[in-house]
Design a protein around this ligand. Structure first.
Ligand code: SF4
Ligand code: SF4
Length: 132
């Protein structure tokens, strides 16, 4: 789907591994934001108040951080294990998030690069689903 929401130059620098993984995991969807290592690293969800008291998200944050450290360069963890980049992967698996709290996506470079402010909804992707 052509959303007309910008054309991030970052897309051109994906590794083959990142591209394959993205195609496999997001195939058949119209996700706007690519599930790449660089986007995962830019994501601010790890610091978000919505997830701060979620035992599930905090556990995933710790374990996915360990996984990321040991993955070869450019490779990405299973999206189910990453408590973030919901604008790409969709709603949170963890059920103990507090959606009444403020979303901090507006502070994120991915949010700015992909022009997510132009979308509706443009926040709480963990609640509403991926950006399309
Ligand atoms: S826009 Fe929000 S969900 Fe997407 S990468 Fe940034 S902080 Fe994470
Ligand atoms: S999508 Fe927004 S509300 Fe959800 S965890 Fe990420 S920054 Fe917080």
């Amino acid at each position: 789907m052509d959303t007309g929401k910008g054309n991030p130059t970052e897309k051109k620098s994906f590794t083959g591994v990142e591209n394959r993984f993205t195609e496999e995991k997001v195939r058949g969807t119209d996700s706007l934001v690519s599930y790449t290592r660089s986007n995962i690293e830019k994501c601010m969800c790890s610091q978000c108040p919505v997830q701060a008291d979620s035992e599930c998200a905090q556990n995933k944050l710790q374990s996915s951080g360990e996984v990321m450290k040991n993955l070869p360069e450019g490779e990405v963890p299973n999206p189910k294990d990453v408590p973030g980049i919901y604008c790409s992967t969709g709603k949170a698996i963890c059920q103990d998030l507090n959606f009444d709290r403020e979303c901090i996506c507006g502070t994120c470079e991915v949010w700015k690069e992909y022009g997510l402010e132009e979308l509706d909804p443009n926040n709480h992707f963990c609640q509403h689903g991926r950006a399309t």
